[in-house]
Design a protein around this ligand. Structure first.
Ligand SMILES: Nc1ncnc2c1ncn2[C@@H]1O[C@H](COP(=O)(O)OP(=O)(O)OP(=O)(O)O)[C@@H](O)[C@H]1O
Length: 310
């Protein structure tokens, strides 16, 4: 085994992710990769920001890069990769070890770590689009509005309930309890003005457990975001219409929901609008600019037809 030429693998692990489950699986994972033709170097993060710095500094020296952690750690790893020259980025594997693992759900990666490792080892390259928002990167979502704050603390079973947004909206006691934002949004060539309660730019089917859009034809490699803006309902009938459309995922059919695909989006607000990027706080801005970078990161995935089934 040792005489065989092995490939080099940089394994970045957030030991605190998912209540330490990433840390507790470190030995089986390194053992799996070692017995599948990889020399593994482990980079355990010590604090927020480490994963990005490790990857930006060392990833180009490796044949493969594997991230073990949640969506936040994956965001850092991808950000680090984007800081490496495009032709020197190693292929990326993701072993979901967080508490939400939204993007892993979209990619169809197993939540059993050894199975996810197997999916990487037997996988083929898949070039995935990456989002850029006010100079920062995101792998699957930039969002603002009512539910983005809640999603950090919501328990997992609730997050997984179909259409968390619909659930929350349905639970809204009155319209006055729903906060809205007056915005001017440009979506490629189209401009839309209005009061919105929620918005997202995404490249994913499952977003913070907030919205599931599996039935809307999402493609991770089409060079386009899905853009969803939910208007402030003016009465309970409109609210019911929004809830029904979210639950049935017929977003395009609801006149209170703006649903498009776009390469570039700008959002102008009267006062700083708080955003989340991949489920983490993303800063507050009166002006935001987002664009998609087509095929920026190459995942190694073992999926039917080598393309996420979404
Ligand atoms: N060693 C560390 N100690 C503390 N925080 C860390 C460490 N390494 C990374 N972090 C930060 O922890 C945050 C949460 O990590 P991550 O998202 O991977 O796990 P999670 O919250 O359990 O999962 P998920 O986001 O999927 O629910 C990220 O912002 C990450 O930058």
């Amino acid at each position: 085994m040792l005489t065989e030429k092995k490939q080099s693998l940089m394994l970045v692990i957030n030991p605190t992710a998912g209540k330490n489950q990433a840390r507790d699986n470190l030995f089986p994972l390194t053992n799996y990769f070692f017995t599948h033709n990889y020399h593994v170097t482990v980079f355990p993060t010590q604090a927020k920001g480490d994963a990005c710095n490790y990857v930006a500094e060392y990833a180009t020296q490796y044949d493969a890069l594997v991230c073990v952690g949640g969506d936040g750690t994956l965001n850092e790893v991808v950000t680090g990769l984007m800081m490496c020259p495009a032709d020197k980025r190693p292929r990326l594997g993701y072993i979901p070890g967080g508490s939400t693992n939204d993007f892993a759900n979209t990619l169809g990666i197993s939540s059993v770590m050894e199975e996810a490792a197997e999916q990487f080892c037997s996988g083929k390259p898949f070039c995935c689009d990456i989002g850029k928002f006010n100079g920062r990167y995101f792998t699957y979502v930039a969002a603002f509005g009512l539910f983005t704050e809640v999603s950090y603390e919501t328990p997992q079973p609730l997050k997984n309930a179909l259409g968390h947004a619909a659930y929350l909206l349905e639970g809204a006691k009155s319209l006055t309890s729903i906060k809205s934002y007056a915005l001017k949004v440009r979506c490629d060539e189209e401009e839309i003005n209005g009061k919105f309660i929620y918005g997202q730019l995404s490249n994913s089917t499952s977003i913070g457990g907030i919205l599931n859009i599996t039935r809307t034809g999402v493609q991770l490699d089409d060079g386009l975001f899905e853009v969803i803006l939910i208007h402030m309902p003016e009465n309970l009938l409109e609210l019911n219409d929004i809830v029904a459309s979210l639950m049935s995922q017929k977003l395009a059919e609801c006149k209170y929901i703006f649903f498009r695909r776009a390469k570039s989006v700008t959002v102008q607000a009267d006062s700083p609008l708080p955003w989340t990027l991949d489920g983490e706080a993303g800063g507050s801005f009166t002006y935001s600019q987002a664009e998609i970078i087509p095929g920026a990161v190459t995942f190694n995935l073992d999926l039917p037809g080598n393309k996420p089934e979404i």
